[in-house]
Design a protein around this ligand. Structure first.
Ligand code: HEM
Length: 270
């Protein structure tokens, strides 16, 4: 029996010491501070967190997960948007019939279109709520001013995506909404007329405007959002995780019992 156990033990050791195993699992069982930090730093998803995480920042009511929900909604929008692109045609004659076709003839077409529309509305709402959360937790203060500005850029891009998407159905609602919207932009001092001209590609809302809005909606704005969201998440990580992580004792030390992850609890120290 003991020979059997010994054999099992050495077989297990043989597997866990093998190159294949070690290429997947680069650290031991996380029962010591070093391995616990390695769990965080060697995993691409956990690496988004700093090595030490404040317990309070993991509580859902600190962030309500709003930033993450915005990222997920963006993913849903890209996925459903690419599906819609298979059928949509950015032409003043064909745009509306194409969308009717998506709704009545394409399998799950109406569902896909509604997913895209509702996710877009929700993303605007969630980004605004996330801004409010960041403000009320004071997370815009140093050293996070830069990330606050990146966030403002992301909100403007999110609004831009909504606005440009509005014209694409080419129905009465979208035509007049964009006519009114671009007219309002035209009244801005100094740059108003230029902005209106750039957006519409001509004096009125027509084919040139549709193709511009389409390109902005499916190519330029999503690319900028991917870039902006990547910088935003990278900055959260580099600013030391969420702002609640900044809590320090009067002596300037991080209170050990508030952290999980790489750091040992005071009570665990021998
Ligand atoms: C497309 C829109 C946005 C996405 C996808 C996004 C995503 C995220 C995520 C995933 C986090 C970390 C987790 C969390 O706080 O929920 C975060 C944190 C943060 N976001 Fe955003 N965000 C967006 C818009 C904004 C806006 C509009 C602002 C403010 C103007 C902003 C400012 C910040 C700041 C300062 C942090 C760090 C918060 C802290 O340290 O507690 N973000 N964002």
């Amino acid at each position: 029996m003991s020979v059997q156990t010994h054999q099992n033990g050495s077989r297990w050791e043989f597997i866990t010491q093998s190159r294949v195993w070690r290429s997947f699992f680069r650290h031991g069982w996380p029962d010591n501070p070093l391995d616990r930090s390695l769990v965080m730093t060697s995993n691409i998803f956990l690496h988004l967190h700093p090595v030490k995480v404040n317990r309070r920042s993991l509580h859902w009511s600190y962030t309500f997960g709003l930033g993450v929900i915005a990222v997920v909604l963006f993913g849903v929008l890209v996925f459903t948007g690419v599906l819609l692109m298979f059928y949509y045609v950015p032409s003043v004659e064909r745009a509306y019939p194409a969308l009717r076709n998506i709704e009545v003839s394409v399998p799950l077409g109406q569902f896909t279109r509604n997913m895209h529309r509702w996710s877009a509305h929700l993303m605007v709402l969630v980004a605004i709520l996330h801004l409010i959360r960041v403000f009320y937790t004071g997370a815009y203060k140093s050293p996070r001013e830069f990330n606050w500005l990146v966030g403002v850029g992301l909100l403007l891009l999110t609004l831009g995506a909504s606005f440009t998407g509005y014209l694409l159905p080419w129905d009465q609602l979208s035509y007049w909404a964009i006519t009114v919207g671009t007219n309002i932009a035209g009244y801005a001092p100094l740059i108003g007329n230029a902005v209106r001209g750039i957006l519409l590609g001509g004096p009125e809302v027509g084919q040139d405007a549709l193709i511009r809005f389409y390109t902005l909606h499916v190519a330029l704005i999503p690319t900028l959002l991917v870039l902006g969201i990547s910088i935003h998440l990278w900055r959260v990580r580099k600013d030391g995780g969420l702002a609640v992580n900044d809590s320090v004792t009067p002596a300037g030390e991080v209170p050990a019992d508030e952290h999980v992850g790489g750091m040992q609890k005071t009570s665990e120290k021998s």
